[in-house]
Design a protein around this ligand. Sequence first.
Ligand SMILES: Nc1ncnc2c1ncn2[C@@H]1O[C@H](COP(=O)(O)OP(=O)(O)O)[C@@H](O)[C@H]1O
Ligand SMILES: [Mg+2]
Length: 247
Amino acid sequence: MGSVIAVSSGKGGTGKSTVTAGLGAALCRLGKKVLLMDMDEGLRCLDLLLGVSQKSLFDVSDILNGNCNAAQAVLQVSGYSGLYVLTAPVKIGTLDSVEAMRFLCEKFSDIFDFVIIDCPAGIDRGFYMAASTAKNALVVATPDPVSMRDAAIIDGLLEKSGVTKRRLVLNKILTRPMIDGTLPNIDEMIDGTGIQLIAAIPTDNSVVLAGAQGKVIEHSIAADAFDRLAMRLLNIHVPLPNLRKIT
Ligand SMILES: Nc1ncnc2c1ncn2[C@@H]1O[C@H](COP(=O)(O)OP(=O)(O)O)[C@@H](O)[C@H]1O
Ligand SMILES: [Mg+2]
């Protein structure tokens, strides 16, 4: 049975959708079959980030309401035969049954090696809906005090929701200010969030460019960091990227 992973953070803009897309592609490059489930109701974005928005006719609520079957709603990413996207509803409040979402994720985890849920920002209904569906979570934080505090809060809420395995993804690493003390460094982020670190993703303009063009993040220092995250999730021992070589 595949694992269901929620990608979360209290703060918006930390890179949840970017990590969902980058990690999904990296797992796919390692031969895994991956479904990326956008649960950011009203503010979906994975379809645009991965260039499948033109093909999108149905969303996750259509499956739950019986308007289509799962195969009609799940979209394959170009060039990645094992990477699929399921979009979030445009209308807010459409996903209202935790039991139905849990059931759907269980069905998908029979078919996919990984189901990765892109959570909305904040700690309202949408977050709880996503958190109640997963047993594993990645908490995405950027190196700054606000993100650090929000990540610690989210970690506690995830634990209360029954998410047993939680790991920190430190995104938008800026080496120099993290070394000179302008921004919290990696140890301070781990101590401040209280979450075990699994990945450090550098700030990399190619991430912004890939997203704007609807392309998978590939052949860049961020892509290398996503490959390392994917391997670490698969229990393959690889170190974090060498931060002194970044920016
Ligand atoms: N590692 C990174 N390097 C550079 N830009 C990034 C990185 N991660 C995310 N971004 C940019 O930050 C913005 C917010 O990212 P996004 O994934 O949409 O955040 P969230 O889903 O948490 O709101 C986007 O413009 C994205 O391209
Ligand atoms: Mg997002």
